[in-house]
Design a protein around this ligand. Structure first.
Ligand code: ATP
Ligand code: MG
Length: 385
């Protein structure tokens, strides 16, 4: 009897002709996720099995696999000889001490001497005898289920529960985007959401060092690292916008600070995306959440991006829905650490809620936009995660 992990995938099947492409990406990502642990990954009749791992690594492997997009469900299972006595030996160990249960069987080996219904009935009876009245069968609403999968090689997999996977599509099957990653709650979730649809995500963070401190930067690096567990790795770029903020602060109307800074961020982001083969920008904006995220604010920042789409996967989400996802992906505790990212420096008391294009362009004309962008690129740093 050997302990294995079953990995099932779902949506990939829908992809007809491209199925090979999706499966290759999926398999690459699975291997990458658990490469730190000794194991063997094998593909078997439309699913994967992880085997030959150390018992003490089982939970860590399971945790990593739960972060791989494309995984539908997972189970710890035991592989044993397919005769009923051997199956019974394993099934005993999976039973709870009391309650109701049912047995579900599946027969991959059509030459097996019993039908799946017969296997379920027989094994159910054996378990009832074994439990001496402490267990009862309930096929509609059991408190636990014993599952048996008879395979063609004289072996069977016996397991209990399905553990939910991350679902979505394998990362690497839907192009590449550049995420504008702040130290907040929203942008890591936005990156997560795009990776869930199969997109490769690199990150770009703007800081205002020395107005913001090193801890603020470390916090964002940590957020990128958390995200990288879902994005199968990421490259994080950082750019300083200190000189841009100083220049805006000195020359422009204070209530347009955020609006003007945003436009610089988007311009820099588009250029950086193109340098790295990115096909879109991704932000954590959500309509109406803060003053700069009105439709007018989005129009103003969007209009400086010339050739790439700006994807805003959270645009219609309530804050509490975003927080829920942030908690689920494991970023929340880091996101709420109290270190400022750049936007809180020089923050005006009353930011413009519906900035007018005419005013924005007028204020911007006081600045050497190209020169400031070029200067920003001299501060570019790269961190592989
Ligand atoms: P977040 O929780 O992601 O910080 P937020 O609600 O604080 O978002 P804003 O500060 O208005 O909203 O930022 C909107 C979006 O602009 C962010 O989600 C992010 O994509 C981008 N952004 C803001 N600040 C930065 C920054 N310092 N570096 C990179 N991107 C940023
Ligand atoms: Mg923020």
């Amino acid at each position: 009897m050997e302990k294995v992990i079953i990995i099932r995938y779902a949506e990939l099947f829908l992809k007809g002709k491209n199925r090979g492409f999706f499966e290759r990406a999926f398999e690459t990502n699975l291997r990458r996720a658990i490469q730190a642990y000794e194991h063997r990954l094998i593909k078997q009749s439309g699913r994967y099995l992880v085997r030959d791992f150390a018992e003490e690594d089982a939970e860590a492997i399971m945790e990593k696999l739960q972060k791989v997009f494309g995984v539908h469900t997972l189970s710890y299972a035991y592989e044993t000889a397919s005769d009923l006595d051997s199956i019974f030996e394993v099934a005993k160990g999976l039973c709870r001490p009391n309650g109701t249960f049912k047995v579900e069987s599946h027969r991959g080996d059509k030459k097996y001497p019993m039908t799946s219904v017969e296997i379920s009935k027989k094994l159910g009876g054996m378990l009832l005898d074994y439990a001496k009245g402490k267990l009862a069968v309930d096929v509609h609403n059991p408190s636990f289920t014993i599952r048996v999968d008879i395979r063609e090689n004289g072996l069977a997999l016996v397991f209990g529960e399905f553990i939910g996977g991350a679902n979505g599509m394998p990362v690497g099957t839907a192009g590449k985007g550049l995420l504008l990653l702040s130290g907040g709650i929203d942008s890591p979730v936005a990156g997560y959401m795009m990776a869930k649809r199969g997109m490769n995500v690199d990150c770009l963070h703007f800081h205002s060092y020395p107005y913001t401190n090193m801890q603020a930067k470390e916090k964002v690096v940590e957020l990128a690292r958390i995200l990288s567990e879902y994005t199968c790795g990421t490259t994080m770029y950082t750019v300083s916008v200190t000189h841009i903020q100083e220049e805006i602060h000195e020359k422009c109307r204070p209530e347009l600070m955020i609006t003007l800074l945003r436009r610089f961020m988007y311009r820099i982001a588009e250029r950086q995306a193109k340098r790295i083969g990115g096909q879109c920008l991704i932000t954590g904006e959500s309509l109406g959440q803060v003053a700069s995220q009105t439709i007018e604010g989005m129009t103003s920042s969007n209009s400086v991006v010339e050739t790439l789409p700006v994807l805003r996967p959270l645009v219609s989400f309530d804050k509490n829905e975003i927080i829920e996802k942030s908690v689920k992906m494991g970023a929340y505790e880091t996101s709420i650490l109290p270190f400022e990212d750049c936007c809180t420096v020089f923050l005006p008391d009353f930011p413009a809620i519906r900035p007018k294009m005419k005013d924005i362009l007028h204020e911007e004309s006081k600045l050497d936009v190209e020169g400031l962008i070029e200067e920003a690129f001299t501060t570019l740093e790269k961190i592989e995660l």
